[in-house]
Design a protein around this ligand. Sequence first.
Ligand SMILES: [Zn+2]
Ligand SMILES: [Zn+2]
Length: 74
Amino acid sequence: MTAEANLGPVCPSCNEPWLRPSTLPGRYRCVFCLHRFELRSVCPDCGEHGTIVRMSESKVMTCNHCGGSLLAEC
Ligand SMILES: [Zn+2]
Ligand SMILES: [Zn+2]
């Protein structure tokens, strides 16, 4: 397993690529700083309803409108 293949979404808290999906849908946990996050359908920054871009790899969890993160700590 290469380090590159192991990289996941970047944690908004520690900026390390260690976000991992938790057992609950839409929930993520950073295995680096152990913070928990929830993927919002509405942007916490600008209030825009996010149509979350489904990239081939679902690593992109940013607002189409302002580019902010749709992850909220919970
Ligand atoms: Zn983190
Ligand atoms: Zn936004």
